[in-house]
Design a protein around this ligand. Structure first.
Ligand code: ATP
Length: 144
């Protein structure tokens, strides 16, 4: 077996609290998945800049980074590249200073504010759920 290619992405756990704590989730186009906005690092970008750009593209929200939340990693086979990919994703705790979830790009079917408690049920990947749990903890919210 050939060795997996390494890829790096960055994304945001964008939270708001108007009484109820909510997180912004996305449903990528053509996939039955709810998860966090994220994407690949482009040349010249810092990881935090990638996270802010991907949040803007995928959720329509202007995000500001407040803290780091940690990284997740996973492997999958890419038919496009004909090889296994090992991907590391760096997540940032963010809040939004503007924008609208209606303004997400075409790679996303829907971007939606979801109560953090509901997000824990809706989200597809346990490793992303852990990032939201950490974000909730930093807001002083309990999720389980
Ligand atoms: P990016 O948003 O970084 O540009 P992408 O949309 O091209 O990436 P991924 O979202 O990384 O691709 O999905 C590639 C594969 O990995 C899919 O099969 C997907 O189901 C799986 N995958 C995505 N996120 C996770 C995760 N958090 N844990 C495990 N597997 C995942």
């Amino acid at each position: 077996m050939t060795q997996a290619h390494e890829k790096t992405s960055a994304g945001g756990v964008v939270v708001r609290r108007d009484g109820i704590a909510e997180v912004c989730l996305i449903r990528p186009a053509g996939r039955r998945v709810w998860g966090l906005p994220k994407g690949g690092v482009e040349a010249g970008e810092t990881l935090a800049q990638t996270a802010v750009r991907e949040v803007a593209e995928e959720t329509g929200l202007e995000g500001v980074v407040d803290d780091t939340l940690g990284t997740i990693d996973y492997s999958f086979y890419s038919r496009e590249e004909g090889s296994r990919i090992h991907k590391t994703v760096h997540y940032y705790l963010m809040h939004s200073t503007g924008g609208d979830t209606a303004d997400h790009d075409h790679e996303v079917s829907e971007a939606r504010w979801v109560r953090i408690r509901d997000a824990m049920h809706l989200m597809t990947y346990p490793n992303e759920r852990e990032m939201v749990r950490r974000a909730a903890e930093s807001l002083g919210e309990t999720v389980d």
